[in-house]
Design a protein around this ligand. Structure first.
Ligand code: F6P
Length: 539
């Protein structure tokens, strides 16, 4: 695998020099008597801190990684994005999620953004106070966000994370899957007279969302809501307002986003309406402020002290030099339950590509597989493999230092587990140590209780999970993705890879419903699957 940048080849050589060195030795008093390693590799920005010291890096590694970031033009790509240049050339668009949280009056589209946010706030306040009612005059108690991908994962993740700030009178629900079970399980036990549906789709053509939106409308009507009163129960969020109106949503109930906001970067826009209703406009502003803190840090901090740059470049170190296939995000926070799935879309839909900006194909690895689960749950499921498996999986641990709940004695246990895991992964257990534990009677146990150690982890520290710190955390990962895209020389803002499946999905759907003579030719596997389904569906 090659990349033409000089720092890339220097990193190759450097990798050969340090690949067999042990983190355990780098931390040992003999090599780090003061000690300084933790301090040297801990950085802060946007109100967050990151301890990178348990990574397989030395000062020289970081220097070379930062040099690679410079050579790859990270700063130019970053500045072009903030300025609103066309950084998504295959769709001819800017990517201005940062403008959505900018406070500077000269930021791109500032007046337009503020006007739409004011409209959102007015509506959210009316729903929260009970001034906005359903068609029978009852207050809204259930908000159902119907959307998928970026129109679902961000709002769902944030509302869950900030549940402690949620208005108790309103329950938020998120429906995304075209599997009818998703919508049905949500609506079967709620009162339509107290329900508000927010249909969120940038394009307003997405199969899953439109199918769920139509079924939701039928449900309201079936339960007695007159067609001309549906406006009390339906609002739409889209960059395609004409299509929303065509669907039957009143024009004044349409909240706009714009083509320069990518779906997976859109929770800061009107796509976040369900967030604003749940936590209120003030807290929504805090979320934006936290992201803006991280934006400022990303723009202003030198690359060698820049959190998104360091996180991104250390990811490159493992992906492209150690050959790691995946990386794990383990938030030690139940509130951040949905962060890993949110990051899966952010990272893999952005950087899971091989075409480079000039149209040639990369012959080096791009996006790692992103996965994760909250700790401590993961420890009792897949951590076995992380400790003793044959594959190295770099990990981002996320620790929230102050709990948001009153069960005080849980928190030291939670944090202890988080810190102990990274310590164990780093230290491992040598053969000698294992022998002592096995004792003279059980020497056969030794290989089973040895741990290779040297498994790299980063620990991100969040003081408390507030709207502001969450905003900063999300923006940190957004910018990390841009940093990696710059080095891989790919466009992180398009997603052509989802198209083929959508096109073929329509053909197969037609075939599932068609008269048998009209079923199209497919390969033998697909044809057999269609035949089985047609029989089950009694076509
Ligand atoms: O199919 C992928 C995708 O286009 C995502 O990029 C997007 O977030 C999601 O579908 C939903 O799209 P929309 O908001 O247009 O319904």
């Amino acid at each position: 695998m090659t990349n033409p940048l000089p720092a890339w080849s220097a990193l190759r050589t450097h990798y050969e020099q340090i690949r067999d060195e042990k983190l355990r030795d780098w931390f040992a008093p003999a090599n780090d008597p003061a000690p300084t390693r933790a301090e040297r590799f801990t950085y802060a920005g946007g109100g967050l801190a990151a301890d990178f010291s348990k990574n397989r890096i030395t000062d020289a590694t970081l220097k070379l990684l930062v040099q690679l970031a410079h050579e790859a033009g990270v700063e130019a790509r970053r500045d072009a994005m903030f300025k609103g240049e066309v950084v998504n050339p295959t769709e001819g668009r800017a990517a201005l999620h940062t403008a959505l949280r900018a406070t500077e009056a000269n930021a791109p589209f500032h007046a337009q953004i503020l006007a739409e946010r004011a409209k959102m706030a007015k509506f959210a306040d009316a729903v929260r106070s009970g001034a906005w009612t359903g068609y029978t005059g009852k207050r809204i108690r259930h908000v159902v966000n119907i959307g998928i991908g970026g129109s679902d994962l961000g709002p769902k993740m944030v509302v869950h994370a900030l549940q402690h700030l949620e208005l108790p009178e309103i329950t938020s629900h998120f429906v995304s899957n075209v599997d009818g079970a998703d919508l049905w399980r949500t609506i079967e036990n709620i009162d339509p007279e107290e329900t508000l549906a927010i249909i969120v789709s940038k394009t307003f053509t997405t199969l899953e969302t439109m199918t769920n939106a139509r079924s939701m409308r039928d449900w309201f009507v079936k339960h007695g809501c007159p067609e001309n009163a549906l406006a009390k129960h339906f609002v739409g969020v889209s960059a395609n307002p004409a299509e929303v109106v065509k669907f039957g949503i009143a024009k004044e109930n349409v909240f706009e986003m714009w083509d320069w906001v990518g779906g997976r970067y859109s929770l800061w826009s009107a796509v976040g309406l369900s967030i604003m209703i749940a936590i209120g406009p003030q807290q929504f502003d805090e979320l934006l402020a936290g992201a803006h803190d991280m934006d400022k840090h990303f723009r202003e901090a030198p690359l060698e002290k820049n959190l998104p740059v360091l996180l991104g470049m250390i990811g490159i170190w493992y992906r492209n030099f150690f050959g790691s296939q995946s990386y794990l995000v383990a938030p030690y926070s139940e509130a951040l339950h949905y962060l890993p799935s949110y990051l899966q879309q952010l990272e893999m839909e952005s950087n899971g590509k091989s075409a480079r900006l000039d149209g040639t194909f990369a012959d080096y690895a791009t996006s790692a597989i992103t996965w994760g689960e909250p700790g401590t749950n993961g420890q009792h499921a897949f951590f076995q493999m992380l400790h003793q498996g044959t594959t190295i999986v770099p990990i981002d641990f996320i620790a929230v230092l102050t709990p948001e709940h009153p069960l005080a004695d849980h928190h030291p246990k939670l944090l202890a587990n988080c810190f102990a895991q990274s310590e164990a992964l780093m230290l491992g257990r040598t053969e000698e140590e294992a022998r002592k534990i096995a004792g003279p009677d059980k020497p056969e146990l030794v290989p089973h209780i040895m741990f290779p150690g040297n498994r790299p982890t980063t620990t991100l520290l969040v003081e408390a999970l507030t709207a502001r710190s969450l905003g900063a955390l999300i923006a940190l990962y957004e910018h990390k993705v841009l940093v990696q895209a710059s080095v891989w020389d790919i466009n992180p803002f398009d997603q052509w890879g989802v198209e083929l499946g959508k096109v073929l999905g329509k053909v197969v759907e037609a075939d599932l419903n068609a008269a048998s003579a009209d079923v199209k030719a497919h390969d033998s596997s697909t044809a057999a699957l269609i035949a089985r389904a047609r029989a089950a569906l009694k076509r």
